[in-house]
Design a protein around this ligand. Structure first.
Ligand SMILES: [Zn+2]
Length: 320
């Protein structure tokens, strides 16, 4: 008999929740708008209501897995803090939901579960050592060594966005200077694009948007694809920053694959060419060709199926 897990990806504005089988297929899916300033109880009750409905509707549902931004104690299932939920401090997410739902509940950082999603069902299938970088509003990551996700002492293994890549770099959201996130996050790329528009360096970009708020990696990539050299340069520079971090990780962990996900990965070729150029330049003791850098395969569903994969792993159910 097939086993199922419920996977939940709890972001700052939406909850995605689904019933997932052992092959990573989503059989039941719901997306619900949430208010990130509401109390934890209100948000967790919305999650519980949807999980309960899926649990009642299907047989052999083993556990609920949750991916949540922030830093957590995954053993106790406690959210220490979450940048997306400013009012959440030491919230007993898993113990509370487990009591309400009468089933095992497991919780982990959202990018770490997305890494598991890509490892088991996406661009990392069959790979033993990989690093995922999720590049969106912030830059997160996940590290897999010998087939296992690395969690770390403070559960911060994979916080690649806060790796220093420039001694004299700009201020990062975390308070440090020169972090990868300050160079390659969606907002930092958008700021460079806005500057190019204001300085009249990019005609194509200017034509594509009505206001500066509309700038996204995808739109910059479109302009680059149409021959806009400023747009191409902005994305390639972000790629070079990512490539520097990837080169540092390559000599630290020597994985065979890097997976680039998140909204910024949609920029495609200019970004990936920047990463490859930097690897060629910096990797001397490892063959750059021994490393594959691939876009994530699961898109926005990586977190949900990865949360279900985490629930399967913790429940000792085989992932197929
Ligand atoms: Zn930082």
């Amino acid at each position: 008999m097939d086993s199922f897990a419920i996977g939940a990806d709890l972001g700052g504005s939406h909850l995605s929740i689904g019933l997932v089988d052992q092959h990573g297929r989503i059989l039941d899916y719901q997306e619900i708008k949430i208010d990130n300033l509401a109390s934890p109880e209100i948000t967790l009750d919305i999650l519980a209501g949807n999980a309960s409905r899926m649990k009642e509707k299907h047989e052999n549902v083993k556990a609920l897995g949750i991916g949540l931004p922030g830093n957590h104690d995954s053993v106790k299932g406690i959210c220490r803090f979450s940048p997306n939920f400013p009012q959440w401090h030491h919230v007993e997410v898993a113990p509370y939901l487990s009591r309400v739902l009468k089933m095992p509940v497991f919780m982990l950082n959202d990018v770490r579960v997305a890494t598991l999603g890509e490892l088991y069902f996406g661009a990392g299938k069959g790979v033993k050592n990989l690093v995922m970088l999720a590049i969106g509003t912030g830059v997160g990551g996940g590290v897999v060594i010998n087939g296992s996700l690395v969690i770390g002492n403070e559960e911060a293994a994979g916080e690649i966005g806060h790796m220093t890549i420039d001694l004299n770099g700009p201020l990062c959201n975390c308070g440090n200077y020169g972090c990868l996130e300050a160079f390659a996050s969606g907002p930092s790329i958008a700021a460079h694009a806005a500057e190019a528009i204001i300085r009249k360096q990019s005609v194509k970009l200017r034509e594509k948007i009505k206001s500066l708020e509309e700038i996204s990696a995808k739109i910059i990539a479109e302009a680059a694809g149409e021959g806009d050299s400023a747009a191409f340069r902005i994305l390639e520079q972000a790629g070079r920053a990512i490539g520097t971090a990837v080169a540092n990780l390559a000599v630290t962990l020597n994985p065979e694959r890097f997976i680039i996900g998140g909204g910024v990965a949609q920029a495609g070729e200019p970004l990936f060419s920047g990463i490859r150029k930097e690897l060629e330049k910096r990797l001397k003791i490892i063959q750059p060709e021994s490393i594959s850098v691939l876009p994530a395969a699961l898109g926005v569903k990586a977190g949900l199926v990865g949360a279900a994969a985490y629930a399967f792993l913790k429940s000792e159910v085989t992932i197929l």
